[in-house]
Design a protein around this ligand. Structure first.
Ligand SMILES: [Zn+2]
Length: 362
């Protein structure tokens, strides 16, 4: 039996969940687990709320039957595989992969929230909407990204529903009308709202920042709507050559990597996400991978964006990212992340999607 010191009471309703001073617990027997290998695991009991728990309660694999799958699935998800391809390779069902992907996404949100810088960014921030869709091409969306111009760190990520636009054949137009009549339309200012929330997350109240973007008309409106923040907005034409000297290079590169590493965003793919919530979850996993696990230059194997910001002192492996279970109740989530974490993002075509309960969050 390995020694383990419980850091706090895992029960979110217990006073010792957030405040650990003077917290006491006692040993409370043990149980045998058989997976991934047979061993005895000590149980403990909180002296305040009397809830029992074990070392396993503090791991990301909490409540998972096949604990060894989590890291492998994470690695494959950020390496451009679809759920079915992963399922075949690992000998599990696509549903198992989907469940793991959702948990990984939620974990990535918490990891990001726990580590991201809290003050106003010390570098210009580049903002852009990465276009994808969920359920079908009639339901496009933007993943709004805020990326550091110098470090390439993804500071924040939000999502905005869009209305299908562009060239459509007459039957496609009729289909869109039918979909909208039955399932409603996105809010007309969805991008403005999404980008407003994005910048609120990046620049704290009282802070100032330089924000770069293309000439999308919703951005100036989003910036004007921000309270208690001083933003200098620099606009670059989206027609400018997408070279490293382009002021928007950091976000252009990030867009490219999202399409390259995520099977759900490939052009003409059949591995697209069926749910808006999964697009966001996979987006966060991708962002954490890009921030903490991937060198800016694969060729030079140089520092990651998080190292450049001084948040960590080495390049993390996916296993390191996934070591510790994070508790949303200890982080105090607010704003869009709180919504995304509990899956309060409806997919219009799927009316009664199950939300994720905060209590048993993994
Ligand atoms: Zn307790």
């Amino acid at each position: 039996m390995q020694t383990f010191t419980p850091p706090f009471c895992p029960n979110p309703d217990c006073d010792s969940h957030r405040k650990t001073r003077g917290w006491r617990y006692t040993r409370w027997g043990a149980y045998r687990r058989t997976c991934p290998r047979v061993r005895t695991i000590a149980r403990y009991r909180c002296s305040r709320c009397h809830r029992t728990f074990s070392r396993q309660t503090f791991q990301t694999t909490y409540w998972l039957r096949r604990t060894e799958l989590l890291v492998t699935i994470a690695e494959r998800l950020v390496a451009g595989s679809g759920y079915r391809q992963i399922a075949r390779a690992l000998g599990c069902s696509p549903t198992t992969v989907a469940t793991h992907a959702a948990r990984l996404g939620r974990h990535a949100m918490l990891f990001h929230e726990a580590h991201r810088p809290r003050g106003a960014p010390r570098e210009p921030v580049v903002v852009d909407g990465f276009e994808s869709f969920a359920f079908s091409q009639y339901y496009p969306l933007h993943l709004n990204l805020a990326v550091g111009a110098e470090t390439h760190f993804v500071y924040a990520l939000t999502e905005s529903e869009l209305r299908r636009k562009g060239r459509m054949r007459p039957e496609q137009r009729r289909k869109r009308a039918w979909e909208e009549a039955h399932f409603g339309r996105p809010h007309r200012r969805a991008i403005e709202r999404g980008v407003g929330e994005l910048l609120e997350a990046v620049v704290p109240a009282g802070g100032r920042a330089v924000v770069r973007s293309d000439e999308h008309r919703a951005y100036p409106r989003a910036i004007r709507g921000l309270r208690q923040r001083a933003i200098r907005h620099e606009v670059t034409s989206s027609k400018a050559a997408r070279t490293p000297s382009n002021p928007l290079f950091a976000v252009n590169r990030q867009d490219l990597m999202l399409r390259h590493c995520g099977a759900n965003h490939r052009r003409e793919t059949i591995a697209f996400s069926k749910l808006r919530a999964s697009v966001i979850e996979r987006g966060y996993l991708q962002a954490v991978f890009m921030n903490y696990c991937k060198s800016l230059s694969e060729k030079r194997q140089d520092a990651t964006p998080a190292e450049r910001l001084g948040l960590v002192d080495h390049k993390l492996t996916m296993r390191e990212v996934l070591t510790k279970r994070r508790f949303p109740t200890r982080l105090g989530l607010s704003g869009p992340v709180a919504r995304y974490y509990t899956r309060q993002v409806a997919t219009r075509r799927i009316p009664q999607m199950r939300g994720h309960r905060l209590v048993y969050a993994g």
